[in-house]
Design a protein around this ligand. Structure first.
Ligand code: TYM
Length: 329
């Protein structure tokens, strides 16, 4: 029998998880669980690359784990753990740092957007993609399901692994590949379709949080910017509508073409009203599971503790192998 593909992915415990995280990433983690060897991680060490309030961070770590479980990750089928519970991540990151070029990190789009040129930015923010490479490479990962914004980081992980393999032997690290769905890989802000939907965005009308109640969702979708014109069409010249149609398609599990066909001759108002209901209904089962988890916080703590234990032998085997190869055995 073929060895199961190893899947690894992560999400930061910062701000409120939104429908972009869900459509671009978590939904695909859940859908791909069967037949694969899955590991998902709440990456708290990544979150501290920008200032965090300690109490809020602690709450957000649990909240993010709840979101992942509520969105369909089954702890019986997948390992779910918190990054800082496994010290191997930081140790491998140091080794990878010594095999990464400053120039490579300077070219990372996300760093350029968030921090380039600011003296006050932490060294951790600059180095963030190397820690992410360590997360991935530590588990001999084959596939990394992410949204489009993380593609460059996964490619860097491939480059670093390739460099290490060519120096120390090709069986040192497994070369991972990003798995990015064609549709929904970049959900855009509801208030500016040129920017991606982000937890850190100013103005909470720009995103729909997975915890938003029905009225909040209706209000945000009603306020969402639209393009000039009045017909429901999909195209590059209509980025706001294309984004709303993508969200509709993801939650209704219906092809964009079919949705466009159905709304021929109908206006934005009707489309937006229906879209709001589709999102409300799509999030309802996730929110119901979140309510259950809120009432049973001990369960999530246990899942995370078990997850860190299950991750341990995999992480320590890879770290040991790498250290041996490079003469730190
Ligand atoms: P993070 O926490 O920003 O986002 C988690 C996942 O959600 C995806 N995503 C989106 N997808 C579509 N549209 C959007 N607007 C949108 N916003 C976010 C992200 O692409 C991501 O898949 N660096 C990572 C976390 C990380 C990681 C890893 C991921 C750390 N180590 C190892 C994979 C493997 C991040 O900040 O994701």
């Amino acid at each position: 029998m073929d060895k199961k593909k190893r899947v690894f992915s992560g999400i930061q415990p910062s701000g409120s998880a939104h429908i972009g995280n869900y459509i671009g990433a978590i939904r695909n983690w859940a859908a791909g669980q069967e037949g694969k060897d899955n590991i998902f991680c709440v990456v708290d060490l990544h979150a501290i690359t920008v200032p965090q309030d300690p109490k809020e961070l602690e709450e957000n770590i649990l909240e993010t784990a709840k979101i992942i479980i509520a969105a369909g990750i089954d702890p019986e089928k997948s390992i779910l753990f918190v990054q800082s519970d496994r010290p191997e991540h930081a140790e491998l990151a140091w080794i990878l740092n010594c095999h990464t070029q400053m120039g490579e990190l300077s070219r990372m789009t996300q760093y350029k957007e968030k921090g380039e040129g600011k003296q006050s930015v932490s060294a951790g923010l600059f180095d963030y993609p190397v820690l992410m490479a360590a997360d991935i490479l530590l588990y001999d990962t084959d596939e990394v399901p992410v949204g489009d914004d993380q593609k460059q980081h996964v490619e860097l992980a491939r480059d670093i692994a390739g460099r290490i393999n060519s120096r120390y032997g090709k069986d040192t690290l497994v070369i991972p590949k990003p798995t990015i769905k064609k549709e929904g890989a970049r959900i855009m802000s509801l208030s500016d379709p040129k920017k991606k939907m982000a937890k850190s965005a100013k103005g909470e009308n720009s995103y729909i949080a997975l915890r938003d109640d029905a009225d909040t969702i209706r209000r945000k979708i009603k306020k969402a910017v639209t393009d000039s014109g009045s017909e429901i069409v999909y195209g590059k010249d209509k980025p706001a509508l294309a984004n709303l149609l993508t969200i509709y398609s993801a939650f209704a599990d219906e092809k964009i073409q079919d949705i466009v066909e159905r709304y021929k001759g109908k206006g934005y108002a009707e489309f937006k009203q229906d879209l709001a209901e589709v999102v409300v209904q799509g999030l309802a089962p996730i929110q119901a599971r979140l309510d259950d988890l809120d009432n049973d916080p001990g369960y999530v703590v246990k899942v995370l503790a078990d997850g860190a234990q299950k991750a341990a032998p995999i992480a320590s085997a890879t770290l040991g192998r790498v250290k041996n190869k490079i003469g730190l055995g």
